[in-house]
Design a protein around this ligand. Structure first.
Ligand SMILES: C[S@@+](CC[C@H](N)C(=O)[O-])C[C@H]1O[C@@H](n2cnc3c(N)ncnc32)[C@H](O)[C@@H]1O
Length: 316
């Protein structure tokens, strides 16, 4: 028997379930099954005529989700597990002969299980292969990027995806080091970063934190995945259906916020036109301008919740 906390504590759990306005006989997609916490919450609210599609690009996540959903499916609702990237949502639904769904959830980023499993290479606090692939069939891992990317590409990755203050000196040190020894483990990279960043910055936070975030985003093409998902979502959700997206850093949140604004007000006519001639009609409305963040009580139990922001859109 699985407890919700075995693998990953779902963030904003109550808020996600409330904002999805789940109908017992509806069809829902969880784009990021992870440990199945949110998926289970949705499944429990469905009747035997409801359907849940849970997607994850990491087969290990689906194994856990399957066990959890199988053992706790109190209403015998139908659930379908799909090992794929969520950017393929339209094709996934086409394959399942589903035209539109009643709600979609994505809880972006990595799960606690992925971070805690040293050999997956996501953690700067554990020694393991410098990997960071959520999808094990992805041909590129973090070591490939560190060992083979040009200095310009590394600067772009660390600055844009990690907003790392010491990008230039870290990249210079990587380029020098890899001439004699390639990076293989997480600690190969962590130790080099510790050597080159100033001592005062080490007191504020772990010096490798931003570089690891940047590499993870690059390896898994996280921003491209999110952009592609946002581009197909309106074709996948019914009128009155909700889209609930949880992000963990400003790069993702900005993409979501801007896309919701565009959906709400897609008119491209010049501001001084008396009437709209572009014909682009609103797709729906954003629910709650600023999004929903975790309450202090949740943050005290789950530090991941600190940076989580849930944004919700309702289709017309
Ligand atoms: C934060 S966890 C989700 C946790 C989940 N909500 C729960 O309650 O346990 C994110 C999950 O999304 C998956 N994921 C991230 N990006 C993905 C993508 N582009 N396509 C499919 N799965 C993805 C990761 O492999 C990870 O298992």
């Amino acid at each position: 028997m699985f407890k919700d906390s075995d693998y990953h504590i779902p963030v904003l759990y109550t808020e996600v379930l409330e904002t999805l306005l789940i109908k017992p006989n509806g069809v829902y997609v969880d784009c990021t099954a992870g440990g199945g916490g949110h998926s289970l919450g949705i499944l429990k609210q469905l009747s035997s005529t409801g359907v849940l599609v849970s997607i994850d690009q990491d087969p290990a996540a689906l194994t856990t989700t399957k066990l959890k959903l199988e053992s706790l499916n109190q209403n015998n609702a139908q659930f379908i597990l799909v090992n794929n990237q969520f950017s393929h949502l339209r094709e996934i639904l086409n394959d399942l002969k589903i035209v539109k769904v009643d709600g979609v959830l994505a809880d972006l980023g990595v799960s606690s299980y992925q971070i805690d499993t040293a050999e997956r290479g996501f953690s700067f606090q554990k020694d393991g292969t410098l990997d960071m692939r959520m999808d094990p069939s992805n041909p590129v891992n973090a070591a490939d990027i560190v060992n083979n990317s040009s200095a310009e590409d590394l600067v772009y990755i660390f600055q844009v995806y990690g907003e790392e203050k010491y990008t230039q000196r870290i990249v210079a040190a990587i380029i020098a080091e890899r001439k004699t020894k390639l990076f293989r483990s997480t600690f190969d990279l962590v130790n080099l970063i510790k050597k080159v960043v100033p001592a005062r910055s080490k007191r504020e936070k772990h010096p490798a934190k931003r570089i690891f975030q940047a590499l993870r985003i690059a390896v898994n093409q996280e921003l491209k995945e999110l952009e592609d998902l946002l581009n197909v979502l309106p074709q996948c959700v019914k009128s009155g259906g909700r889209i609930s997206l949880i992000s963990f850093h400003s790069l993702e949140d900005r993409l979501i916020k801007h896309k919701f604004q565009e959906w709400e007000n897609p008119c491209t006519c010049p501001k001084d036109f008396p009437i709209c001639v572009c014909g682009n009609m609103p797709l729906g409305k954003t629910i709650g301008r600023k999004g929903i963040t975790a309450k202090a009580e949740e943050i005290s139990k789950n530090s991941r919740a600190r940076s989580a922001r849930l944004r919700v859109f309702e289709m017309i």
